[in-house]
Design a protein around this ligand. Sequence first.
Ligand code: BT5
Length: 270
Amino acid sequence: MDIQNKWSPLLAERIKNADKSGFSQGNIIVLDETESTNSIAKALAAEGASHGTVVTAESQTMGRGRLGRRFESPKGAGLYMSVIVRPSFDIAFAPLITSAAAVSAAESVEKLCGEYTAVKWVNDLYMNSRKICGILTESAINSKGSLAYAVIGIGINVGKTEFPSELRDIASSIEAETGNIIDRNILCGEILGRLEYYLENIEEKRHISEYRRREMLTGNHITANTGGREVEGYAIGINENANLLLKLSDGSEMVLASGEANLCRIRREK
Ligand code: BT5
């Protein structure tokens, strides 16, 4: 079946209608193919594009993850979106943007497909132990040291697709996990509404309780790479700043602000 027949195309007008909050104010750009929606959004932000501007694409040839990693973005099968935000809040709250986006995306996915959607610290969404979404926030600081803008990039695997062999056991899609084909325009609109709410309330950290509830490393032995250092420990939970709290084997506690963490499959806590 032709991809474009199976999945309804992205349309700016339909995203606008689905964005009940009006966050984007109709500033929605839909591209067919691009290198990376984050790159386009960053260029637009540097030229002065307004708060809430959204860039989406049917496919990305160089979709980016963290640390220059690649995010597979096959045509029509995913929602690849980048949102420009010009926050009024203090830069001290900037590290909370990704967790606010993760909760916005998880709640939206779950609302539309009915399947529990977990968050894996710090920037991934999982369904049935497989990654269905990754988030990449990139920000720019102005000469006064405050946040000029941030670009929140969200990639969600919506339709069933063939991933490269190295991802076959790791990645999945909403359709593969639930059988549901959801409309990416509506998903995008749902995410925008929640994103606006959680960003507006970031100083009260309104999203943190939901982030905690969905976080899947908590209560498990994990390995983490932070600042180039490998550590192993028991994930106690998430603090108010969306940091991961780790208990090490010597009984000491460690607070991880960023990094990469994975379940330690051999030593699962009973
Ligand atoms: C991420 O990085 O997962 C963040 C991905 C952000 C993508 C969005 S799409 C819109 C916007 N435009 C962009 O250019 N980027 C953003 P990270 O945590 O570093 O994970 C990357 C790793 O996820 C890769 O090394 C693979 O192992 C795996 N991966 C790659 N493509 C995937 C996919 N489609 N689904 C699930 N896992 C994937």
